[in-house]
Design a protein around this ligand. Structure first.
Ligand SMILES: CC(C)(COP(=O)(O)OP(=O)(O)OC[C@H]1O[C@@H](n2cnc3c(N)ncnc32)[C@H](O)[C@@H]1OP(=O)(O)O)[C@@H](O)C(=O)NCCC(=O)NCCS
Length: 220
């Protein structure tokens, strides 16, 4: 098995570690985290140093990396910084063996699909997305890079989710809806109409309650 470095060591990293162990494709070499002390552990794996450690490691050949950071905007920033500083990086895709992914679905690199999730036929999940536990993506959906579905979020057929948007826990989005970029859909929302970029929508039926910027705190 090839070795793999995980960026991040928080609660989200725990579900990533769990899925990687279950996937049995990579051995976890260690964790990189700018905010933890070297030697501290998450689920038995040590923090090896800050993220810039990858720069030196990648000069010896291709390294496998997974960015396990829940905030969509910060995850994008970290991925961009790694691409800028490292010559040989392979961002791996992690799919829990208890997820069900259609053979015609496209899953891009760096994406995480957790236990109980379903991705239907001809759907596309972009780079570095999070499809959380028991989330459901039906047929012909398109999720742009750095988007996330919280546990039990449900997208009907032909839904589009633009860059960095987050769909909250158990929210339902009906068919053909387009969710703009940097949107947050609140937990339990029922989305019946398309939602404009840079907004927060909650409730049943979902209504926009405020505007937000791409770098506002995650899930607010
Ligand atoms: C939508 C959300 C991001 C708003 O958070 P926030 O910016 O801190 O907003 P506030 O808590 O200040 O709430 C603002 C108003 O919206 C209402 N509201 C917030 N979330 C709501 C929701 N999910 N459904 C219905 N109403 C909601 C609040 O009651 C409040 O109403 P009021 O002004 O009448 O008092 C948050 O409540 C939410 O649902 N997050 C998703 C959590 C989730 O799915 N986590 C999974 C992580 S993997």
């Amino acid at each position: 098995m090839d070795s793999l470095y995980i960026v991040g060591s928080s609660g989200h990293a725990k579900v990533v570690i769990d899925a990687i162990e279950m996937q049995r494709k990579y051995i976890i070499a260690g964790l990189l985290d700018d905010y933890r002390v070297v030697g501290q552990e998450t689920m038995g794996y040590q923090v090896l140093g800050k993220i810039d450690l990858l720069t030196g490691l990648s000069t010896h050949g291709i390294i496998n990396v997974f960015v396990a950071v829940g905030c969509n905007y910060i995850r994008q920033q970290i991925v961009d910084s790694i691409i800028e500083c490292c010559v040989n990086v392979n961002f791996v895709t992690v799919v829990h063996p208890n997820a069900v992914v259609s053979s015609s679905a496209k899953i891009m690199s760096g994406t995480l699909i957790l236990a109980g999730a379903i991705v239907g036929p001809d759907s596309t999940i972009g780079e570095h997305c999070i499809i959380n536990h028991a989330a459901l993506v039906d047929h012909d959906c398109v999720l742009a890079a750095f988007t996330s579905l919280a546990p039990k979020a449900t997208l009907a057929g032909n839904v589009t989710v633009a860059t960095r948007s987050a769909v909250g826990m158990a929210a339902c989005v009906i068919e053909k809806v387009v969710i703009g970029s940097d949107v947050v859909i609140g937990a339990g929302a029922t989305v019946l109409i398309s939602i404009r970029s840079n907004s927060v929508a909650v409730g049943t039926p979902a209504r926009v309650i405020k505007e937000r910027q791409f770098d506002d705190p995650y899930l607010s």
